[in-house]
Write a protein that binds this ligand. Structure first.
Ligand code: ARG
Length: 474
């Protein structure tokens, strides 16, 4: 780096960037968050240069020691990469220059900011994958714990927002849990594709220096070097894929948030959210508003927007590196900053909520949601299902005309509709009876949901193992 000039590329220029152009193009305000990855990648490069003879052992050690000093300075807030530099790579190199002089200039041999930034962004995403995965895992555990407590809590199951068939709260919560388990699995798999190291690609075509790409990849925790130097610097699929995983996760959170919002409304009253996650009104003293759930629902918009923003950023780009790519980071950072707290808050909200089993049970009273079970009864007595459906439809119509519900039916009334109805037919009308009958794998019967919870634990174990391999390669 040329002493006073804060650019890495000043040599061929007579003039300077206009202040407006400078302000427009600088990225340090965003990419300073990559400082740890930058120092790690620089140290790995220096060590590799020492091993391959591109630097003497003494030179390599001096660079590594100075990088460690910079690490400690930033951590102790003695020095921080500041706005005077174009990006994190320039800022760190300048600091290195201040510490060890011209030797700092040897570090940039055989590498480019193009392969550096692609490497460091991957490392950053990988690290945050760990944070997100841990939060998501705890959310799944919370849902499974609640499901375990509510294996026998009946509630209306809905289609088209209409009462359809009785289910248990456990089955309903596990349905959400499976969506989050898929999100976790997607995180692990996206991680596999991301985990290739661009270093050694240089600006775009590779390098004539004896860079040991295997060593760099291993040192920085990657599975292997990226196979094509041009793809290595041009590829941001891992950002897009990650943003997709986050957007879909936010959509899942938003759907759950929407149910909590509805269920905490007085018309439902299934759940009361804790004071910790609700707010009052400045004008209406009685209000208890589910703001955190609403914000989670609302912030899914940011995650969806950032995903589409990233795809738009990539769509017209010719190979290889283009400066447009710099703008992947604000999208990525803002999304992660939103998604991780959303997952944590959803878990806390579920943990602290008070569930009202009585209200859920009461919602099944007179809602006709065991009509299917009544039809199934006739099927078990040999009546074809289509016919049984029509007969029970007639029973429902009669009830509605008389202003009564299935619970009010007598055996005599049933038998008027079909002679195969016997005394035990009245049991079919009980929601818990209908629930207990659905013992099929994946069904809502308590023992089936219990099996499902065990299955979820197994799946989570497998995904955790995949994630561990990604996050702790050595
Ligand atoms: N700040 C840049 C980015 O984040 C680093 C790479 C710049 N490379 C270049 N040739 N201008 O993408």
């Amino acid at each position: 780096m040329q002493g006073r000039d804060r650019k890495m590329w000043g040599g061929r220029f007579e003039g300077k960037l206009s202040p407006e152009a400078e302000a427009y193009s600088f990225s340090l305000q965003h990419d300073q968050r990559l400082w740890k990855q930058e120092l790690h990648a620089c140290a790995a490069h220096a060590r590799m240069m020492g091993i391959t003879g591109m630097l003497s052992a003494h030179e390599a050690n001096r660079i590594i020691d100075a990088l460690l000093e910079i690490h400690d300075e930033i951590e102790a807030e003695v020095w921080h990469p500041s706005g005077a530099y174009e990006d994190i790579h320039t800022a760190i190199e300048a600091r290195l220059y201040e510490k060890i002089g011209a030797l700092a200039g040897k570090l940039h041999t055989g590498r480019s900011r193009n392969d550096l930034v692609a490497t460091e962004t991957r490392m950053w995403v990988r690290e945050r994958t760990g944070d997100l995965a841990r939060a998501l895992l705890r959310l799944c555990e919370q849902l499974m714990e609640l499901a375990q407590q509510h294996l026998e809590t009946p509630m209306p199951g809905l289609t088209h927002q209409q009462h359809a068939q009785p289910v248990t709260l456990a089955q309903h919560l596990m349905a959400h849990c499976w969506a989050f388990i898929r999100d976790l699995s997607r995180l692990a798999h996206a991680g596999d594709r991301m985990n290739l190291c661009p270093l050694g690609a240089g600006a775009l075509s590779g390098t004539s220096f004896p860079i040991d790409r295997e060593l760099l990849a291993a040192e920085l925790g990657f599975a292997m070097p990226a196979p094509n130097s041009m793809d290595a610097v041009a590829d941001r699929d891992f950002v897009a894929e990650y943003l997709f995983v986050c957007a879909l996760l936010m959509v899942h959170l938003s759907r759950l948030a929407q149910e909590l919002i509805l269920w905490s409304a007085p018309e439902y009253g299934y759940v009361e959210l804790s004071d910790e996650h609700t707010t009052g009104s400045s004008i209406m003293p009685q209000k208890k508003n589910p703001d955190i759930a609403e914000l989670i629902r609302g912030r899914s918009a940011l995650a969806i927007g950032n995903l589409t923003g990233m795809l738009a950023l990539l769509k017209g780009l010719p190979l290889t590196y283009n400066r447009d790519l710099q703008d992947d980071k604000p999208l990525l950072f803002a999304t992660l900053d939103t998604v991780i707290p959303s997952v944590i808050l959803m878990r806390q909200m579920l943990e602290k909520a008070r569930w009202d089993a009585e209200r859920m049970r009461a919602a099944l009273q007179g809602d006709f949601s065991t009509a299917t079970e009544l039809a199934d009864y006739l099927v078990r007595k040999g009546v074809p299902f289509r016919e049984a459906h029509g007969i029970v439809g007639g029973i429902v119509r009669e009830c509605l005309q008389q202003g009564i519900t299935l619970e009010d039916l007598t055996l005599e009334m049933l038998q008027r509709h079909h002679p195969r109805f016997e005394a035990d037919a009245l049991e079919a009308i009980d929601p818990m009876h209908a629930i207990r009958a659905r013992t099929i794998q994946g069904g809502t019967a308590p023992e089936a949901v219990q099996q499902q919870i065990e299955q979820a634990k197994q799946w989570l174990g497998v995904i955790e193992h995949q994630l561990n391999e990604l996050l702790n390669p050595n």
